[in-house]
Ligand binder design. Structure first.
Ligand code: NAP
Length: 225
């Protein structure tokens, strides 16, 4: 499976404010770039923290991109995936509507009522891991279900865990011209942080987009906490 992480941060590396409210970091040209990245993916993944904070829809905005996908015999929008150990995804979350297939990755500790409620709402529930979702095991299951190109759109906890597990192949980071600040504001990679080894990034491209910069990296190796 090819895993691409895409995120937008302020110049000080923050994904959003200390209140975890969504901030408009990029502009129209970058939104179009992200829509294209989604269109070229089999699925788009976020953590439950992002679902609870932003209630994202994660489908394609551009009608032409949906038409291109259907011409390739693909669903109009990629599948959506939530990493959610205990099955907390609200049943009225936008990500659960019928605009695309939705997977919720839960752990064995997720209460059966939550799993059943999600399944009744049309969700494909995938169990991986005991207490927290095991991302390597979940990704194997997703690969068996045909997910070959996966786009990860945050947040900071999930991105850290993916770097930690050595599961990231590429990082696209849009750095907007703003300072958000705040020691408690989420950053690109949160979790406990790396102290031993750090994921090895090699810079492939730098592009000015809107009033910011897109940095594209190939990723090798994993970080150790
Ligand atoms: P997150 O990374 O979206 O989700 C984290 C949650 O995922 C954890 O609390 C955990 O909850 C669950 N999880 C399950 N298995 C996990 C695993 N193996 N490793 C890590 N987490 C796992 O949440 P976040 O870090 O709080 O980020 C949300 C913030 O990021 C919001 O403020 C949002 O606005 C912002 N955001 C910004 C961008 C951007 O590009 N600027 C993109 C996305 C999000 P359980 O233990 O309950 O499972």
């Amino acid at each position: 499976m090819q895993v691409v992480v895409n995120a937008a941060t302020s110049v000080d590396g923050k994904l959003s404010t200390r209140r975890r409210e969504q901030v408009r970091i990029s502009g129209p040209e970058d939104f179009a770039r992200v829509d294209r990245l989604r269109a070229d993916s089999d699925a788009v993944l976020v953590g439950i923290g992002t679902v609870l904070a932003d209630d994202p829809h994660l489908t394609l905005d551009d009608e032409d991109l949906r038409t291109e996908r259907t011409a390739r015999n693909e669903a109009p929008s990629p599948a959506r995936i939530v990493v959610d150990s205990s099955g907390r995804t609200p049943l009225d979350a936008r990500i659960l509507d019928d605009a695309a297939t939705t997977y919720v990755l839960v752990s064995a500790a997720a209460p059966s009522e939550r799993r059943d409620a999600l399944a009744d709402a049309g969700v494909e529930v995938v169990v991986a891991g005991e207490e927290q979702v095991s991302l390597p095991a979940a990704f194997e299951e997703l690969a068996d279900r045909g997910v070959e190109r996966l786009l990860v759109e945050g947040g900071g906890e999930i991105i850290f865990s993916l770097f930690s597990a050595g599961l990231v192949d590429e990082l696209s980071l849009y750095v907007g011209s703003m300072v958000i600040g705040g020691r408690d504001s989420p950053t690109l990679a949160d979790g406990p942080g790396f102290v031993g080894t750090f994921p090895d990034l090699s810079l492939r491209d730098v592009t000015r987009i809107d009033d910011g910069v897109l940095l594209q990296y190939d990723v090798d190796g994993r970080g150790t906490a």
